[in-house]
Design a protein around this ligand. Structure first.
Ligand SMILES: Cc1cc2nc3c(=O)[nH]c(=O)nc-3n(C[C@H](O)[C@H](O)[C@H](O)COP(=O)(O)OP(=O)(O)OC[C@H]3O[C@@H](n4cnc5c(N)ncnc54)[C@H](O)[C@@H]3O)c2cc1C
Length: 364
């Protein structure tokens, strides 16, 4: 059978790697809108559930050495006073670019078509998907389809028009600083600094011996004039961090804001079904979540590992429909929990810090 994967981000590459050697992917193709070399994001945390999924998707890689181990979280005030320091189950901070290279290498039996933007779907009479139509007019036929086209999935829009992303309540400036001394001082600790008034925080983690991934989260209703250009992001951060801890200033001074990214964070209320006959939604297309859970990439990896298991014996269209129905049923409670946890953590982030320490921005 021929698998067609729409989107070559974390979910798409993980699905391709996970399905290696299976009957449903005796042939497979990834259609990726972006061109090679386009900026590819900063980094994220591989949580224990994501690492476990990777060990089944591509056991030939040592995923724990793909980045920097993170085993503590330190929650601090904006000036650096410690609210709480907590050990966590070992996680790994990875560069998104390097991580995707590894996943692509694991999916090397798949044909990658870069610069291929999905515009529509063609269906059989029974409403199963027959082919993907690309923006340039070409048509890619297949037997099984995986929509891995991210939070603003066009595929979801076509097949599940009722599913709508929520409004933006929190924006995030995501960046990377070339700062070896800061990376050394952070070591294996994820540090997060909080404005006591609520609605403003800076988190940072070492992703290697020299690079620090950092993000500034802010209340989008309070600060409405931050634009997605380097000058605006740099000015906003400069104005906000006066008097903050030295680590925050150090990250700021070692950042090239032309590489920064402004991310309007939006989640997707859990959907009743994640598949439409022979097409399954995977990753953010199925369950975009708020960044407070750190579960975006991890959830996509778990989806891919589960799909490979459920599809392992599939020989026919009926088998595929049945596997996708099981996938929806198994993953829905997880999505509901991530949605609820994301909303709870966001409400806490937006509120002034009371007597208790802020919450750890990770959900296992
Ligand atoms: C460029 C980029 C940078 C990111 N940087 C970070 C980061 O630094 N930290 C972090 O925590 N998260 C980041 N994310 C988000 C994170 O990768 C996802 O939340 C998570 O990994 C889930 O992955 P996904 O594959 O479902 O979605 P995504 O990673 O968003 O991947 C979706 C893919 O589908 C492609 N696509 C979309 N529409 C179409 C279409 N019509 N036709 C063909 N292809 C299409 C996109 O180009 C993208 O490659 C980034 C996402 C992107 C796209």
């Amino acid at each position: 059978m021929r698998s067609v994967i729409i989107g070559g981000g974390v979910a798409g590459c993980a699905v391709a790697a996970a399905l290696r050697g299976s009957n449903v992917a005796s042939e497979s193709v990834i259609l990726e809108r972006r061109l090679p070399g386009a900026p590819n994001g900063m980094g994220f945390i591989l949580m224990p559930n994501g690492i476990q999924a990777l060990e089944s998707i591509a056991p030939e890689f040592d995923w724990r050495s793909a980045g920097q181990t993170i085993d503590h979280v330190s929650l601090r005030s904006r000036s650096g006073a410690i609210f709480a320091e907590t050990p966590i189950e070992s996680a790994v901070c990875v560069s998104r670019e390097r991580f995707l290279e590894m996943l692509r290498a694991a999916a090397n039996q798949t044909q990658f078509i870069d610069g291929a933007s999905m515009a529509g779907l063609d269906q059989h009479a029974d409403k199963s998907t027959r082919a993907v139509r690309l923006q340039d007019g070409s048509v890619i036929e297949g037997d099984v389809f995986f929509a891995c086209d991210g939070a603003r999935s066009r595929t979801r829009e076509i097949l599940f028009p009722e599913a709508k992303l929520s409004d933006v309540a929190v924006q995030e400036i995501v960046s990377v600083a070339d700062a070896p001394a800061l990376a050394r001082s952070l070591g294996t600790t994820f540090r997060k600094f909080h404005d006591e008034e609520g609605g403003l925080a800076v988190g940072m983690l070492a992703e290697s011996a020299t690079r620090v991934v950092w993000f500034m989260q802010f209340d989008a209703a309070r600060w409405t004039n931050v634009a997605s250009n380097p000058e605006s992001m740099q000015r906003f951060m400069f104005e906000r961090i006066r008097g903050w801890a030295p680590e925050v200033l150090e990250a700021f001074h070692h950042t090239d804001f032309s590489m920064s990214h402004l991310w309007p964070t939006r989640d997707l209320p859990p959907m009743a079904a994640l598949a439409h006959r022979n097409l399954a939604l995977v990753g953010d297309a199925a369950h975009a979540c708020l960044p407070f859970t750190s579960q975006g990439a991890n959830g996509a990896l778990v989806d891919a590992a589960l799909l490979a298991k459920l599809l392992a014996e599939s020989q026919s269209a009926q088998d595929i429909n049945a596997a996708f129905t099981r996938y929806s049923a198994i993953r829905r409670p997880h999505h509901q929990r991530m949605f609820d946890e994301g909303r709870r953590l966001r409400a806490q982030f937006l509120a002034p810090i009371g007597r208790s320490a802020p919450c750890i921005p990770l959900v296992a």
